[in-house]
Design a protein around this ligand. Structure first.
Ligand code: UDP
Ligand code: MG
Length: 322
């Protein structure tokens, strides 16, 4: 389990999904930034089932820099967080950095994260100084951030940002979890003893488009909420209790009116409006239950979370060839 003696000081884990257009630019900046740090490092790319030329480009880069490069190849698309988990499994470093492949997280910031880790923190999150994403995403993400802040006890200022550093201990704990749907920074925060955050730059996507559709963003946020909080379920229990009380009072009032005033039929449309509103609430509640139950189902089936097709890496002790 412990490979501390043989591993590098730093492991950088990068999920890659259809990023052929930007990988060359990423390599140019990433390897230079890491070479300049003057510490031993490895870069673990995880190909999340790309259907473009990403695999060929990663393989070529592996041949160029096999001394510090490893490539984990999935047999399909399992999502960014599964890719990072597979990277964590493969990584051997003492400090782990995660970062996106699209250069939105400047590789030059890695040095700052490492410096912060050396001050004794075991988790360094980051806050984007100025977020360079579409306006609707920035606002939706801010709102989700606030909601998550209230219903979980996870203190992450900027949850969407993946440029973060984790200690070996935290990653070992993450590796012990078998969660099928998870959110890596939140999980790490749970395990960290001494977490902190720094402010980093954020750039526009260097090439290609975001790999998240609105649908996958919603799903990801459900993973975060259901994976780290039961408050939404409790909210519906509370709402149910309040509603029962209010209805009981309404029944009493209506009964009294029936006795003292006789039969009445006014206010039918108000009644419709109220009942449609509550039907909506009930459907939402059932859907929310389903979100939890579906995840429980996936978890109890206990299928492999992802399938690694192959790993490109130099065997320990193997010399440079060519
Ligand atoms: N990614 C992945 N699998 C996916 C979606 C995304 O590995 O199913 C990777 C993607 O290649 C990138 C990172 O996750 O390295 C962040 O994705 P993206 O930049 O599209 O997300 P955004 O910045 O729009 O949140
Ligand atoms: Mg991005």
């Amino acid at each position: 389990m412990k490979r501390a003696s043989t591993g590098p000081e730093l492991s950088v884990v990068i999920p890659v999904y259809n990023e052929q257009a930007g990988l060359a630019r990423l390599f140019a900046r990433l390897y230079r930034a890491l070479d300049q740090l003057g510490m031993s490092y490895e870069i673990v790319f995880v190909n999340d089932g790309s259907r473009d030329q990403s695999v060929a480009i990663l393989a070529a880069q592996f041949r160029r820099r096999s001394d510090v490069t490893r490539v984990v190849l999935f047999n399909g698309n399992y999502g960014q967080h599964m890719a990072i988990l597979a990277g964590f499994e493969a990584a051997r470093g003492q400090i782990m950095i995660t970062l996106d492949a699209d250069l939105q997280n400047p590789p030059e910031e890695i040095g700052n994260l490492v410096a912060k880790m050396r001050e004794g923190y075991d988790y360094v999150g980051s806050i984007r100084r100025k977020r360079q994403d579409a306006a609707w995403r920035t606002y939706a993400s801010k709102a989700m951030n606030q909601l998550r802040e209230r219903i979980t006890n996870i203190k992450i200022t900027d949850q969407g940002n993946m440029l973060r550093a984790y200690s070996r201990n935290v990653v070992d704990l993450i590796n012990q979890c078998g969660e099928v749907n998870t959110f890596v920074p939140a999980l790490a925060y749970r395990f960290a003893r001494n977490p902190t955050e720094i402010v980093v730059e954020h750039e526009e996507r260097s090439a290609g488009d975001s790999k998240y559709s609105i649908y996958s963003l919603i799903r990801l946020n459900f993973d975060l909420v259901t994976g780290f909080s039961l408050v939404p379920l409790q909210f519906f229990s509370m709402l149910g209790m309040v509603m029962s009380l209010v209805s009981a009072m309404l029944v009493a009032v209506l009964l009294a009116r029936r006795v003292f005033l006789g039969a009445e039929v006014e206010g039918v449309f108000t009644l419709f409006a109220i009942s449609f509103f509550f039907m909506g609430m009930i459907l939402f509640g059932i859907g929310l239950l389903g979100e939890y139950i579906g995840r429980i189902y996936q978890q109890v089936r206990a299928r492999p979370r992802y399938v690694v097709q192959s790993i490109l890496q130099r065997l320990p002790g193997e010399e440079e060839v060519g």
